[in-house]
Design a binder for this molecule. Sequence first.
Ligand code: GDP
Ligand code: PGA
Ligand code: MN
Ligand code: MN
Length: 599
Amino acid sequence: MSTVVSHPELQRWINEIFDHCEAKEVYLCDGSQEQFEELAEKLVAAGTLVRLNEERRPNSYWAHSDPRDVARVESKTYICSERQEDAGPTNNWRSPLEMKATLTDLYKGSMRGRTMYVIPFSMGPLGSEFSIIGVEITDSAYVVLNMMYMTEVGRTVLERLGDDGNFVKCLHSVGAPIDDEESEDVPWPCNPENTYIAHFPETEEIWSFGSGYGGNALLGKKCLALRIATAVARREGWLAEHMLILKLTDPSGRVHYVAGAFPSACGKTNLAMLVPTLKGWKAETIGDDIAWMRFGSDGRLYAVNPEKGFFGVAPGTSSKSNPVAMETIKHSTIFTNTALTEDLDVWWEGIEQEPGKLTDWQGKPWDPSVGSPAAHPNARFTVPASNSPTIAPEWQDPNGVPISAIMFGGRRSSLVPLVTESFSFDHGVFMGATMASETTAAAEGKVGKLRRDPFAMLPFCGYHMADYFAHWLAMGESGDDSKLPKIFLVNWFRRDADGRFLWPGYGENSRVLKWMIERVEGKVDALSTPLGLVPKPEDLDLEGLNLEPERLTQLFDVNESELIEEVVSIEEHFNSFGPKLPKRLWDHLERLRSTIRNN
Ligand code: GDP
Ligand code: PGA
Ligand code: MN
Ligand code: MN
């Protein structure tokens, strides 16, 4: 095979994979528009993509996946550290030797008949102290297009890498060789029986096999920027988090940046694109899914968004719930598993337009009388962040933005109040470590089941979760107390007895953000409760909302028997980590338990 790059180790690896996977040819991705169009055309010809109506949705495409390949597969995701105890009880584990043996067999000839794409990419602005370079080798052109929207790809990255720079090796194959040159390829090749998403944190490698779905196949995102990055961050003393980053400007022009961790499909993208309903407030987006954070020389915690695009949930997105997203995806967007309209535009449940005659996400004529949705609940859009009308000018600042407040949140139909501030940074770590959420369609498995999802990182932490808690505590200790972000637990998803959401959410969440900022600025007091500090009724700005007082009460009501159940459940959760669980977290649980006893 001819030389494609000047970096000797990268070239050696390319040769090795090319020979082992028996690819037809090598294609070096340079990040150019010409290549994007060439690959898009190829995918249209293969039936993977449908080009959307050029007038209604310029430069956009629709894909629908194999129905067995629609979400992240946590049961097939592995952290392959040398020692099992380093992966911890929340991760699947195999020894690197064993996993590499299994996968080496599977990769043998797995790219037969296919082009092997080499994608040099950067997570984080090139040249930033924060950034990490990766190279993904994949046999999926769909992956290339999505990576081009989600990350910095191509020549600029290779230049930065030089001839001896470090990069994370990210290997991906859909695991569906074309053995017979004559036979036609399927539109969405994948191999669900043999899917593995394997991470080697010690050697900083990712081996993904069998799936073409975003979170399993776009290896810069969940695999590198979270699972591998958490392990690197622990060694180097920073944080890799499943967080949105939002810029807020108050009516007097003062700016604050806030970050927020919510499990998948629990509102990060929406909050990152929030349109405040409060007069005079302005919100802009820095990032919608991942934050890398480290202390700056001034002692404040700085965050960058390592991504360059959004991979957002389509269903539920409308000009009412998220007008910014609707504006962002007007052009240059790849839609996956939405429905397709007759005039070649996209449709999903919750969008305002009437459905008309549709092709459903499985590519079949949609029959509404059957009762199944036209779009898959985890249908996604992939779009460059630069499309967004509210992207903040500093969103790619190599130094990041200083964080004033951190939110943790999830779907809790009961118990957890609309907003609670932690008593201290440590107590905030307790809030993160104990958060729980009802499961969503973003991952395989049952929807609506309550599970502990610490820091919204359950599927993304690349090492022992109790060590991760300890790392958070240590970060708090190494920081200057007066400059640490304040920590809040929020819940937009509490329901009334009829199952309706108590809080209107979306743009109205700005009311909660305002209170947080006022707390950060020391402008208002708070009321102490067993779970933390809550707003005094007069301090939560509800003007013009028409929220019945009864509903407001319910939003903050903490039912004692539910609280007792919660304490028992947290104890079980903590016990699952064994002796590694930091004592300080046990102390917070004991304090909570004692408040119940004293009542
Ligand atoms: P992400 O996956 O964490 O980025 O979550 P998204 O922002 O994409 O939202 C996932 C789902 O939650 C969508 O169906 C949204 O419509 C819904 N959602 C987001 N924010 C809110 C909110 O404030 N209240 C309610 N009730 N639903 C929300
Ligand atoms: P999400 O991102 O958090 O926006 O859903 C994708 C995922 O977590 O799978
Ligand atoms: Mn996510
Ligand atoms: Mn999102």
